[in-house]
Design a protein around this ligand. Structure first.
Ligand code: NIG
Ligand code: FE
Length: 400
């Protein structure tokens, strides 16, 4: 790639506008130097040194920040198609979990898979996301529930980032489910916390997550995991208020969490606490859809309180076998009534924030040159389509 380089296009959605909208620039140029954005604006105002630089013209297309999938479980063994059938026959997600299926079934398959097999399957999933213009993928552990397998999952997650042009951000999710036959408090003390220590010592943990739910861990148990995260200097996030209101969102806010995710049963008070803490609300319409939930997250309360809203695939084998972030955007609009501008902010600017990243998710000077070039004219088209992939090109760190 020449350095500096100039990209031009009819429309750039910088996602950096002060109004939280698209931040549109027409007949735009983006100058890139050293893998970073140096300048963005109308070509009529392009500084001479960039106007002279080698130019790639994307014509009538739209350029946005590359997408960020800020909540996935793409490292896992097996699949749970049989549970999909069971739910169609009347069983609920919680029924299946209590009967030893659900997360426990994927735990068994993930323990049985070796690192190479896990990596091969995860790379195929990462490739599907990359093909849709994704430049950052968050990947959780949580299907090991023993020290060895939690570490194996996180090593595989890191390898994805070495083998593909994508940034991987890891979350330790040892508090995902209580292994069959174990006591939850004992599991946290004897497995989860030591696994977190070991994973952190190996540099495998970017953030610490948990599943706060009746079928998983109580706020008190999650607080113990968050205490250890704080002692290790790691940020936290939480699966909260997905199936019931248990106090996870308030706990996340109290601990200054990067994000609280799912949030179908969150309240106005939760929204206020999250806004005050700067905690991002990560909406996961794939899980809402798959589980045919009846209560949508309180989007109006998040908007009114000023909670940043992100959208992610939650790609996992149980509640959200969803390999498309564009489809998640469409569903966030159709099911949760996000606007297309909110959906795109949710997979760019706010998704980056949900991961604690301040160098991507918007097109602005100083940011990484992670861009997506789309065969569309209007940014609303990205959320409007159900399926299909209008990506023309993805630029990662300035490279096509
Ligand atoms: O984000 N809610 C907890 N964890 C996953 C589901 C995991 C599974 O069912 O395997 C989620 O939806
Ligand atoms: Fe999840």
């Amino acid at each position: 790639m020449p350095d500096p380089a100039l990209f031009t296009a009819e429309t750039v959605a910088t996602m950096a506008g002060p109004d939280g909208g698209y931040g549109l620039v027409r007949q735009a140029g983006i100058a890139v130097r050293g893998g970073r954005i140096d300048w963005v604006g109308p070509m009529a105002e392009c500084p001479a040194e960039f106007a002279r630089a080698p130019r790639t013209d994307f014509g009538a297309r739209l350029v946005t920040p590359a997408l960020v999938d800020c909540h996935t479980h793409i490292v896992h063994g097996g699949n749970r198609a049989r549970e999909f059938e069971m739910r169609l026959e009347g069983a609920s997600y919680a029924d299946i979990a209590r009967a030893g299926g659900g997360i426990a079934a994927t735990v068994a398959a993930t323990r049985a898979a070796d690192e190479a097999a896990l990596l091969e399957a995860a790379l195929a999933r990462a490739d599907a996301l990359i093909a849709e213009g994704v430049a950052v993928i968050e990947v959780k552990s949580g299907y090991g529930l023993d020290i060895e397998t939690e570490l194996k999952m996180l090593r595989v997650a890191r390898e994805i980032g070495e083998m593909r042009p994508v940034r991987v951000v890891t979350s330790f999710l040892g508090a995902h489910a209580v292994p069959a036959g174990q006591d939850a408090d004992a599991y946290v003390a004897q497995v989860c916390l030591p696994a977190l220590d070991a994973a952190h010592a190996e540099g495998l943990v970017d953030a610490v997550d948990g599943f706060c739910e009746g079928i998983a861990f109580s706020p008190t148990q999650i607080a113990r995991v968050f205490d250890r995260a704080a002692a290790l200097g790691l940020p936290v996030k939480l699966h909260a208020e997905q199936l019931s209101h248990l106090g996870g969102a308030a706990l996340a806010a109290e601990r200054g969490a990067l994000s609280a995710d799912h949030l179908e049963y969150a309240t106005d008070a939760d929204a206020a606490a999250m806004a005050a803490a700067g905690t991002v609300a990560v909406l996961l319409p794939g899980a809402f859809y798959t589980l045919r939930e009846g209560q949508a997250p309180p989007v109006a309360a998040f908007r009114a309180a000023g909670v940043p809203i992100a959208v992610a695939t939650d790609w996992n084998p149980g509640s959200s076998p969803m390999g498309s972030l564009l489809l998640a955007m469409n569903m966030a609009c159709a099911l949760f009534r996000l606007t297309p501008a909110e959906a795109l902010a949710g997979t760019t600017r706010n998704a980056a924030r949900a991961l604690g990243l301040d160098d991507c998710g918007v097109i602005a000077p100083g940011m990484r040159a992670d861009l997506a070039v789309w065969d569309v004219a209007d940014p609303a088209e990205l959320s409007y389509r159900i399926g299909g992939n209008p990506l023309h090109a993805r630029i990662f760190g300035g490279r096509a």
